[in-house]
Design a protein around this ligand. Sequence first.
Ligand code: HAM
Length: 419
Amino acid sequence: MINIPKGTKDVLPELSYKWRFIENAARETAEIFNINEVRTPVFEHTELFLRGVGETTDVVNKEMYTFEDKGGRSITLKPEGTAGVVRMFIENGLASTPMPLKTYYITPCFRYERPQAGRLREFHQFGVEVFGAKSAETDAEIIFAASTFLNKLGVSKTELQINSIGCRICRAEYNKALKDYFRPHLEKMCATCRARFDKNPLRMLDCKEEDCKKITANAPKILDYLCGDCKTHFEKVKRLLTAQGVKYVVNPRIVRGLDYYTKTVFEFISTDIGAQGAVCAGGRYDNLVEELGGAALPAIGFAAGIERLLLLMENTGASFPAAQKPLIYVAGMDDITRAKAFEIVAELRLNGINAEADLMERSVKAQLKYADKSGAHYVAVIGGNELAANTVNIKNMAEGTQTAVNLNEIYSYLKEEKK
Ligand code: HAM
C-alpha cells in the first residue's frame, strides 16, 4: 500500500460537492466583476519565482518544490499564482490589450511547509490579478470582489485587515528607519533576520521567532513613513471601502510574506481555524510587471485558499447546497425488465435528468437498498406486470406516495414534479 504524500489531501467523491460549491462561487464572483479566467502551467522556470516572489522570502528560501528536469533546467512547482500570471501577461503582449485587464484562476500551489490544520504542501487558490489600473478605485473594487466571494460562501466571521507598505520612494526612507532601529538589537536576532537586515529589512517584521517578535513589536511603523502620494492613495482606498459598506481595520503590522507588494496590502483573517487564519490575502504590486521584464504597469490582486475556506465553513457550520443525488432510480426484476429500466434511464439522461439503473446485476431487493442509500428522490420498479400494462408506480421516497405513470411518460412526469 502506497500512502498519500505528507501535506496533501484527496477530495473524496462524497465531499467534492463542497469544492464545487466554492469554485462555483469563485466563478460567479468573477463573472459579476467581469474577470476572465486564465490558466498557466503548474510548473515554471525557477528563476521566475526567485525574481518574482523574492529571494528573501520564506516561500523562496525554504518552501519551493524545485527540481532539475531531464533537460537540465531548474523547474519549480508554482508556490503561488501571481508570478505565473504576470509572466503570461508579459510573454503574450497583453499590455497592448485594453486596460485594465482583469484575470482570475483556480490553481493548485505547492509549498514545502510543516503541515498543520489549514496548512498543506499542496493547496488550491482562487486568485484574481488586475493589470494596468493604479487608481484607489481598483484597490477598493478588488477588495470588494474578495469580500463578495466570501459573502457568497456565507463566511461572514472574518476580519478584513488592511495596511499600506508604500512605494519605492517611501520604502527607502522606511528601510533606513528600520535599520536604525534594528541595528542595536541585531546580535539578539535570529540568523535569518540578520541576513535580511542588509537585503530586505521589511521582511524582518515577518519573523516568527519569539525573541525577534519581541524586538519587532516596537519597530517604526510604515504608515508613519508613507510619501504624500501613498498616503493620499491609502486614505482614498479607506474612504471607498466605507462607501461600499466593506468593514475593515487598519493593521500596520501586515507586511505579507511575498516581496512584490507596494501600497495597499490586505488579509481576511478568521479566528475559527487555528493559527493559519488568513483565508484570503493580497495587495498591490506596481513594480512586478516591470521587474519581470514587462512595461511599467501597475497591478493588484488577491488569492484565497480553498482548503482554508472549506475548513472555516465546516468549523462555523456554514451551509453547503446538497450533494448531487439521482432524481430517479429505475429498478428491474429480471433480464427483460432490467433492459427496459436501462432504456428508460438512457432516455431520461438524454433529457438532462440524473437517473440511475442497476450496473451490479443485483436482486430487486438489493437494487432498492442501493437506491435508498444513493438518496434517489423517486424509485420505480419495473416487473412483468408493469411491462405488460406499460405503466409503473413511481414512488416519492420522501413522502412515501406512489403515482402510476405510463412507461413512455416518465420524463414528462418528472419534469412536472421538478417544477
Ligand atoms: P499568500 O498570502 O501567500 O498570497 O496566499 C494566499 C492564500 O493562500 C492564503 O491566505 C491562504 O488562504 C492560502 N495558503 C497559502 N499557503 C497555504 C498553505 N500552505 N496551505 C493552505 N493554504 C495556503 C499569495 O499567494 C499571493 N499570490 C496572493 C496575491 C495575488 N497577491 C496579489 N495577487
